[in-house]
Design a binder for this molecule. Sequence first.
Ligand SMILES: [Zn+2]
Length: 112
Amino acid sequence: MRNNRSSRNQGRWNASGIDEMFCNVCGRRRLIHTALTDTNPGRRFLSCPNSGCNHFTWIDPLMCDQVVQIIPGLLKNLNKMEAQLKRKTGRERKLWICLVLSWLVVGIWFEL
Ligand SMILES: [Zn+2]
């Protein structure tokens, strides 16, 4: 399954020299992206921001089949765990609010 999502990063990358940062076709400064596809998970690439150019170069070498199979599963588990954590954090906040309100009610009850 191919997924066209990618994260955008204009960070400092000069492993191959500054010439690599500029497009060989149109001369514009290329952007570093990280592929989030199932076939190239986490693999970085340079692409030209000029939509008519579409010049594209991989930064990272090709990954072995085992890594390509393992990383998507790890990313899915990570996303699932982050969603669970978010739900549990929201539930914990509600429980704290209930606890504080119950203390207030008990405090008011004993004051009267
Ligand atoms: Zn270009």
